[in-house]
Design a protein around this ligand. Structure first.
Ligand code: MV4
Length: 444
């Protein structure tokens, strides 16, 4: 096993990884930017080292400084968390070149799955259904031709994008030409790759993703799905597992497709296969996430499997000792992302507790919320025997939580968990805006 892991991230996920390491008897090195000098992960780790100025580009995205820190501190592995360098093939290769294990898939796999056109074609080849669409197109004229087969509305997706980045909606033909070149230019400047393709824009669908774990010996496990349909401005807001409208039959098919996808990609470590689920039960692959995801704890709640510990063991070439038939998904779990809507100092903090209620966070009394990074303050996670009890538990926990000194989205989360649409489980990828707007009026 590794003796020392460097955690190349900040906030709640850095805390999550440090805790897993401590439980496994592995020493940790926290890296921090100037703004994070007094942060919780820097305090909890066995050792800490500053890697640069506050802006992420100078610290958490500074590959050379992070590698130098790992070498100087004698870390044998780097856990990248999520975001930042977690899906960066160049960084994974740089770790490998320096004799440091990157805790994640092989750099070649990161590169292949990071190319959304490539992953889409791979799924087509192995018979996993994809959304009707095209390969990379060379110009707007070609796009217009191909759009005739697909029909409108459609999406222009950047092949180097993902997670909602580099996506543009086109409602009708006369918008296509401008949108095509705008999308391509945006992709070129954001990802240094202007390649784009078309997909039919499916609207009455749910966003369902399958969690997989794959070791270095060809063993692949699927830990079921998370419903991530409730998003606002391309940010997930609330996730739950299991998906409230999934039948056992469709779950089995989608799990088989996810395992097949991971196998075809020669995937190792923890990963997620994203699908869109239509009301008729049809599902379509959209992309693969080659990292630990923010919402992984709800899967841990219902499966009893510690995904972060398995990431570390898999990176250390330890085989999975669990068999698919021994994975039992019990009860229901929900996560609400608690976000800051302003900067400031958290001058009063009360974190709710109780049986199977927890808040994954790096917040401490009097900590400062700075403008340089993602606005997520923490993740409120509940587990209960069934969905209705989990919703009640979440409502109670949201009521109890107090974060003063910064504006937050706690009130919006309460409105969402109290809404009729959420209670019934009847929502799709476009539902959240309506739920929040109706909740302000007289409808509920
Ligand atoms: C889609 C889609 C509908 N049709 N692709 C968003 C995140 C990224 N991983 C993929 N996403 C989507 N891709 C096709 N062809 C719907 C989503 C989507 C979504 C879109 C708009 C508003 C909220 C959304 C929530 C989840 C998924």
């Amino acid at each position: 096993m590794f003796s020392k892991i460097l955690v190349a991230n900040r906030g709640e996920v850095a805390v999550r990884i440090i805790r897993a390491c401590r439980e496994m008897g592995i020493e940790t090195v926290a890296v921090y930017s100037e703004a994070d000098r007094n942060s919780l992960p820097a305090a909890l780790a066995d050792e800490r080292i500053c890697i640069g100025a506050s802006p992420a580009a100078e610290s958490y995205l500074n590959q050379k400084n992070i590698i130098s820190a790992a070498l100087a501190m004698g870390a044998n592995a780097i856990h990248p968390g999520y975001g930042f360098l977690s899906e960066n093939a160049e960084f994974a290769a740089l770790c490998e070149e320096n004799g440091i294990t990157f805790i994640g898939p092989d750099s070649k796999v990161l590169e292949a799955m990071g190319d959304k056109d490539h992953s889409r074609q791979l799924m087509k080849e192995i018979g996993v259904p994809v959304v009707p669409g095209t390969e990379i197109l060379k110009d707007a004229a070609e796009a217009k031709e191909r759009a005739k087969e697909i029909g409108y509305p459609l999406l222009i997706k950047a092949t180097a994008g993902g997670g909602g980045k580099g996506i543009r909606v086109v409602w009708k033909e006369d918008e296509l030409e401008n949108a095509f070149y705008a999308a391509s230019r945006e992709a070129e400047s954001a990802f240094s790759n202007g390649d784009v393709f078309l997909e039919k824009y499916l609207t009455s669908v749910r966003h369902v993703e399958m969690q997989v774990l794959a070791d270095c010996f060809g063993n692949i496990l699927c830990l079921g799905e998370r419903d991530c349909s409730l998003q606002l401005n391309k940010q997930k807001v609330l996730e739950e597992t299991l998906c409230p409208v999934m039948t056992e039959e469709i779950r089995q098919q989608m799990m088989d497709a996810a395992v097949k996808a991971a196998k075809a990609a020669e995937y190792t470590n923890a990963g997620t296969v994203e699908f869109l689920l239509a009301p008729d039960g049809q599902f379509y692959f959209i992309e693969m996430n080659t990292r630990l995801q923010v919402e992984h704890p709800i899967t841990e709640e219902i499966s009893g499997i510690d995904i972060v510990k398995w990431q570390i063991r898999i990176a250390c070439r330890i085989p999975l000792d669990i068999r698919q038939e021994n994975i039992h998904l019990h009860g229901h779990s929900i996560e609400c992302r608690i976000n800051a809507r302003s900067t400031g100092i958290v001058d009063f903090l009360h974190i709710p507790g109780g049986a199977r209620v927890h808040f994954d966070t790096a917040l401490v009394q009097d900590c400062e919320i700075v403008p340089y990074y993602d606005s997520m303050l923490g993740k409120l996670i509940v587990y209960a025997q069934d969905r209705e009890e989990a919703i009640r538990k979440m409502e109670a926990a949201l009521c109890e939580m107090v974060i003063q000194g910064v504006e937050t989205n706690i009130e919006d989360q309460l409105r969402l968990v109290r809404s009729k649409a959420f209670f019934k489980g009847e929502y799709d990828t476009l539902a959240l805006q309506n739920i929040l707007e109706e909740g302000r009026g007289i409808n509920e």
